[in-house]
Write a protein that binds this ligand. Structure first.
Ligand code: ZN
Length: 504
């Protein structure tokens, strides 16, 4: 059998697995957006069956033989060619999955289901002690996972790799430390400058039907294709893909707060635009799949913050906003509204944090979870260490663990190594946006005219259409001519908030 024939067999096998995964996504979307409460039990059985079938297909021994043959063949000689990148990524995922003993996968699944239940109660009762044993167990299993996968220097590398393939802890630490060194003083300067926006502007009455109309119009304007996608309502917004021409974004509406649905829609539409821009003929295969969570988040943050929170964007959209929300905005000036949607203030809760302080919340979690994985910090000491770090970085101290170490679901769900991808997303977004601005010659003027196509096409051309051909590190270097740095994001934050807060 020729190598080409082997590759055809691999693709046939993987295509069936991709179909099963898309069915799993459809059931997951339905569960979160449509399913009646009592449907949960049977749905869980369906999901478990599918997860087992997918895992079995992903780790089939025959695949190992095929991948070994293909990796040594001329088809893989150029790792950035169509076949080379496809074989490289499929093999990488396979090698990783077969390293995990089935018993560990099952133990982790059990511990994290239990972990999430116990976490929910512990947070409601502000009782870290009741969460501590299962969290200790989860961290112990994640250490075992890292050992099974293997790593060169940091055990954390092996966990980070699940979300940001090929990223190294030492490099991420370096770039985030550079960000922190400049961000902490900027946030303190904003806090102490004596100016603040009138945030009551965005807390007036914004009728839900008008929010939906306005949000959909903005998503369509930036290029989210409603012939290939939908917007629905859910409790915890997300974006998912059910097929090459079926992209679902979700939001939740708060009649007393403009920001949550509107910027949530732009954020999820940004994720959706990445999925829409992928190569549909390669749907689910490496050339038609997203690179990493960090790169995915860069696309959502770029549209949400760099575009959606810019003054240029509101120069274009504010008249329409005033028509949709006359009661709230008719008498409010554009500049006052723009300042209100860019309020910066140190706070306790990550998901409510602004564009600037958000990264400090992430740094704290990144440092703490690394310290637990490396054995330097005990789970029992997490609450105290958490509060110390909030005091140092943000100048606020959680009055309770519910508003501190218990606020996020991630650790209870075994998502360790996930947090840094949020900040990496902001850093990538800063660097990509600055490059697009140079390449396209003044994005501000285009955005102010409501012209989003040049930016969207630039993102498709430079980022989306390549799928996983390049790693995130390679992509940043290729697109911007330099390695990832905190400098473009810091420049963006300094320029923007310097002007809004009148900093010198
Ligand atoms: Zn996101």
């Amino acid at each position: 059998m020729s190598h080409e024939q082997t590759l055809t067999r691999v693709r046939d096998h993987v295509r069936q697995t991709i179909l099963l995964s898309a069915i799993e996504q459809a059931l997951g979307w339905d569960e979160r957006c449509m399913m009646p409460q009592q449907g949960g039990e049977y749905r869980a059985e369906q999901m478990t069956l599918l997860a087992g079938m997918i895992h079995e297909r992903n780790t089939a021994p025959q695949l190992g033989e095929w991948y070994a043959e293909l990796a040594a063949s001329p088809l893989a000689s150029d790792p950035h060619s169509d076949t080379g990148a496809t074989i490289r990524e499929l093999k990488r995922n396979y090698d990783k999955q077969v390293k995990l003993p089935k018993s560990l996968v099952e133990e982790l699944a059990r511990a994290t289901v239990r972990g999430q239940q116990i976490w929910q109660e512990a947070r409601a009762k502000n009782d870290f002690k009741s969460f501590q044993p299962v969290l200790t167990e989860i961290f112990r299993l994640k250490q075992q996972q890292a050992a099974a996968i293997g790593y060169e220097k940091d055990a954390y590398d092996a966990l980070l790799d699940d979300y940001e393939p090929a990223a190294k802890t030492a490099e991420v630490t370096k770039v985030l430390a550079g960000l922190r060194d400049e961000l902490v003083p900027l946030v303190a300067q904003i806090r102490d400058c004596g100016r603040a926006p009138d945030v009551s502007i965005v807390e007036r009455r914004f009728p839900v039907d008008a929010q939906e109309r306005f949000g959909k119009a903005a998503a369509a304007a930036i290029g989210f294709d409603f012939q290939r996608g939908r917007l629905d309502v859910t409790a915890h917004p997300f974006c998912t893909t059910l097929g090459p021409h079926d992209h679902r974004i979700t939001t939740r509406y708060d009649e007393q707060f403009f920001n949550s649905a509107f910027f949530g829609i732009l954020h999820e539409a940004g994720h959706g635009l990445y999925e829409l821009g992928l190569n549909t003929a390669e749907y689910g295969f490496p050339l038609g799949a997203a690179i990493s969570l960090g790169i995915h988040e860069s696309q959502s943050r770029l549209w949400e913050n760099f575009v959606g929170r810019s003054r240029a964007f509101w120069q274009h959209f504010y008249p329409a906003a005033q028509r949709e929300f006359p009661e709230a905005l008719a008498k409010t000036k554009l500049d006052d509204f723009h300042f209100a949607i860019n309020d910066v203030r140190p706070s306790l809760i990550r998901v409510e944090a602004d564009e600037a302080t958000y990264n400090l919340h992430i740094l704290i979690r990144f440092e703490l979870e690394q310290a637990v994985i490396s054995g330097q910090l005990k789970v029992a000491d997490l609450p105290g260490a958490w509060n110390e770090k909030y005091e140092q970085a943000l100048g606020v101290r959680p009055p309770s663990d519910a508003d501190g170490v218990l606020q996020d679901i991630h650790w209870s769900a075994g998502l360790i190594g996930y947090f840094p991808t949020y900040s990496l997303g902001n850093l990538y977004a800063g660097q990509f946006f600055a490059q697009a601005d140079r390449d396209l010659g003044g994005l501000d003027a285009q955005i102010a005219r409501g012209e989003f196509t040049p930016l969207r096409e630039w993102l498709i051309d430079r980022i989306h259409r390549h799928g996983q051909r390049y790693t995130a590190t390679e992509l940043v270097q290729r697109v911007t001519g330099r390695p990832l740095s905190h400098a473009p994001l810091m420049k963006h934050l300094r320029d923007k908030f310097g002007a809004l807060y009148g900093l010198s």
